[in-house]
Design a protein around this ligand. Structure first.
Ligand code: E4P
Length: 291
């Protein structure tokens, strides 16, 4: 059962409906799911097929992603399921938007993931005008979150998530949880239409601190949710301290959310690297026919 003081929504970060089913049973609740190309490439059915030496055609992989997302959506009718567009560093906003529109039609509770890069923001700006719900992924800075806010102005609360990636910043010894704290602080002075979704969670401490900071949503890998359930779903007490030793602090910046999104410096090397990795993992599933 959901702990009564828990205000954050808890999503599973995964690409396997069986795991979603198992975790729902363990926790007794689940508020949604995020998927991404890497997680889909690790789906056990996809792995079996690849192990037999059978890659997917371009049509088959789209159909496969559709079927996975549909099964998950059926388990979480009141929750949200994030579906990510293919976006390498060269993909244009128009291409992202047309994929996003197709994917949004797959299930009734989709949020479409676009990268927090210039073309992704351009796509999202139009997507929310066209009535899509979006989840802006690969966010690594407060500036990117400010741009997400500005690009989606006018959208209803619940229709826009921003996903700052904690673990990938920690990997290079920067305190990823500072970005969560800074964005939540910045959004306190906003209309609240963007919800903060803590992503790239690698430890129980990430989960507990994100709960303590009041992150709207936290997406958590099955492994960490099993650990949390095994300990009886503990909550961070008032004496909880996040162990940030060895991580470089990321300071808060005063940013004016009233500006145009193009005025913010949204460049981040981890966003570009993330787009490259996601697209390579996706491509690794596909059998390209030579012309
Ligand atoms: C979820 O939306 C993200 O894609 C995911 O949390 C990324 O996690 P990773 O940094 O462990 O790949």
């Amino acid at each position: 059962m959901k702990p009564k003081d828990l205000t954050s929504k808890i999503f599973i970060d995964g690409g396997d409906p069986e795991e979603t089913r198992e975790i729902m049973g363990l926790l007794g609740f689940l508020d949604g799911q995020t998927t991404n190309p890497t997680l889909i490439s690790k789906n056990p059915e996809a792995r079996k097929r690849l192990d037999r030496g059978e890659k997917f055609s371009e049509r088959e992989i789209i159909d496969f992603y559709h079927s996975v997302v549909k099964e998950i959506s059926g388990m979480l009718p009141a929750g949200s399921v994030s579906v990510e567009v293919y976006a390498d560093p060269e993909t244009k906003a128009e291409q992202m938007l047309s994929q996003g529109k197709m994917m949004f039609g797959w299930i009734p509770n989709a949020h479409i993931k676009f990268p927090s890069a210039p073309e992704g923001l351009k796509a999202a700006e139009q997507a929310v005008k066209d009535g899509l719900r979006v989840n802006m992924t690969l966010c690594f800075s407060q500036e990117q979150a400010a741009a997400v806010y500005a690009a989606t102005r006018g959208a209803l609360k619940g229709n826009v998530f921003v996903s700052p990636f904690v673990g990938r910043l920690d990997d290079r010894r920067e305190n990823g949880m500072d970005v969560i704290a800074n964005i939540i602080r910045m959004y306190r002075k906003s209309d609240g239409h963007v919800e903060v979704l803590t992503a790239s969670v690698r430890s129980l401490d990430h989960l507990l601190y994100a709960i303590k900071l009041g992150s709207d949503i936290i997406t958590v890998p099955g492994k960490i949710l099993r650990e949390w359930a095994g300990k009886g779903l503990p909550m961070p007490g008032s004496d909880y301290n996040y162990p940030a030793a060895g991580l470089k602090a990321i300071p808060y910046k005063e940013l004016d959310l009233g500006r145009d999104w193009r005025d913010f410096d949204i460049s981040h090397d981890l966003t570009v690297k993330g787009m490259k990795n996601f697209s390579e993992d996706w491509e690794s599933l596909i059998r390209h026919t030579k012309h």
